[in-house]
Design a protein. Sequence first.
Length: 355
Amino acid sequence: MRGSDARRAAIVIGLFVALFAVRFALESPTYTGGTFLLVLPTVLAALWFGVWGGLALAVAASVGFFLAEWGADDEELHTIVWATLVRLGALVLVAVLVARLFERQLAMARELDEAESVREALRPAALAPRPSLELAAHYLPAQQGVGGDFFLTAEGPRDSTVLLVGDVVGKGVAAARRAVYVRTSLVAFAPFEDDPARLLRLANAALIDRAGPSVDYVTAVCVVHRPADASLAWAIAGHPPPLRLEDGEPLSSEGAGQPLGLDAELVVDSATAAIAESGGVLLYTDGILDARDAAAERFGEERLRSLVASHGRESAVALVERLRAALAAYAPARDDDVCLLVARDLAPVGSGADR
């Protein structure tokens, strides 16, 4: 037994003996209120040693009561047995309730700690600078629960940049873990692959291998910025398509496929387009589309596209801030997380391929 456990055991036993003595000093051995004197050591035993510690003390107290009353009282045996069983039931109930509540609190604390670690892994505080790109991102948490929204910017081959936004169906730490699997695998694969469809297929294979198929699938959109030829390539896995900054219109849905995590074979294709002058994209999760105002009206695609079209030529940071403020004003309380990632091309006109 460790030193701390030994000290705790000594405290519990000392309280038990002292209160047991006080109980018999108060009145005759039939004083029924004495049962409540032993609630404190029972609670401490359940907290420090779990349900079995609490049960052991409850049994010890009941046996002690039985022996003391049997030897000192004129009551009939069946009366003493009945009183002992009542005391035992009361103390057992206290021990079980206290132990279960304490275990639940510990489990919640561990989950919150893990959730905070997962949040930091999924949504880093700062974005590393990338060649020819201006980047800005923001994460808006839901009012309750731990969501699985995440984003990623990573170095790709030949100065390309891999951009990803994803959303796991469901909430809680389990959903967030699936997001971590996807994000971690993409971080590993990005330096060697600039085909977004291939990247999503690799991430899907890693997710299936690690967690198996699940109805808690992951939607994602992967965009690769290629400054060498001033192009964007993208692939969509069950996710809303990115919006062009110059006009707020979505990139073609060509290449749209099924979400990740449903099947070992992910059916998804890539599409490619030239980047417009001072152009770029907004990647987002559907939490912004599904946010509702007091009248239960969705924020919706048209409102988002209009905002991007009106302010898409502002800096990436300014655009993210406008979107955040608009959403906060429209729907202060949200049931879903929101991820926003803006990437603006900064390559000088005439560089790379013709625009």
